[in-house]
Design a protein around this ligand. Structure first.
Ligand code: SAM
Length: 221
């Protein structure tokens, strides 16, 4: 049977490989670094024990506190759009389970991740520690305000739905930097990729998506 530390490793790695082929590569994700990172990170370690059997399925899953671990394809596509380089400093808003965080940690030099719900941040910290991932810095607080102490960031990813790009995130992104964020209403959003040029963010609207809301000062109240 499966367990959360991956000791039934072969079966779970096989499910992971199938997930990458049928849900991620088949839908057009190409970046070999992103594919490698997803193959390396045991998604089953990030879901509650009762969902381990579904960890490699094509949908989001509950992680407690009314929040979700995002659909694997959405994690892959957002990561590919972010074009993370290995010397990058990345800011992630919405740590959630820590799964997306772990993927970013494989690709970047340092990851700064902010979560508003303390128990989720603590849970994610425990999982990443267990996996031996050490280049992640955690904060509990309102991520709609970013994490100014470590700015500027080469890349910013927001894994919750926002009414628009929060002003502090715009300020904390480096010139030439990239932000990926779902923008819209609570009921539905468009995934947006922004590139900062001459102090302004040029936005490209990509495709419809549905995320839990970003709460806080620059999110939905
Ligand atoms: N990427 C995560 C994963 O792979 O598990 C999923 C993130 S979940 C869809 C969105 C997260 O954003 C939730 O954990 C939620 O608590 C968090 N969140 C919402 N508003 C926030 C805010 N203002 N600051 C920080 N985190 C926030």
């Amino acid at each position: 049977m499966m367990n959360s530390n991956g000791s039934s490793g072969n079966y779970l790695s096989e499910l992971r490989r199938e997930m990458v082929e049928s849900q991620i590569i088949a839908r057009g994700v190409k970046d070999p670094r992103v594919i490698k990172a997803i193959l390396e990170v045991p998604r089953h370690a990030f879901v509650p024990p009762e969902y381990i059997d579904q960890a490699y399925n094509d949908y989001p899953l509950p992680i407690g506190a009314g929040q979700t671990i995002s659909q694997p394809y959405m994690v892959a596509v957002m990561t590919e759009l972010l074009e993370v380089q290995d010397d990058n400093k990345v800011l992630e808003i919405g740590t959630g389970s820590g799964y997306q965080t772990a993927i970013l940690a494989k690709l970047a030099k340092e990851v700064y991740t902010v979560e508003r719900i303390p128990e989720l941040s603590q849970r994610a910290q425990r999982i990443l520690r267990k996996l031996g991932i050490t280049n992640v810095h955690f904060k509990v607080g309102d991520g709609s305000e970013g994490w100014p102490e470590h700015a500027p960031y080469d890349r910013i990813i927001v894994t919750a739905a926002a009414p628009d790009i929060p002003e502090p995130l715009e300020e904390q992104l480096k010139g030439g930097g990239i932000i990926v964020i779902p923008i819209g209403d609570i009921g539905g959003q468009i995934l947006v990729k922004g590139i900062k040029k001459n102090g302004k963010i040029l936005k490209e609207e990509l495709f419809p998506c549905a995320f839990v809301p970003l709460r806080g000062k620059y999110g939905f109240n």
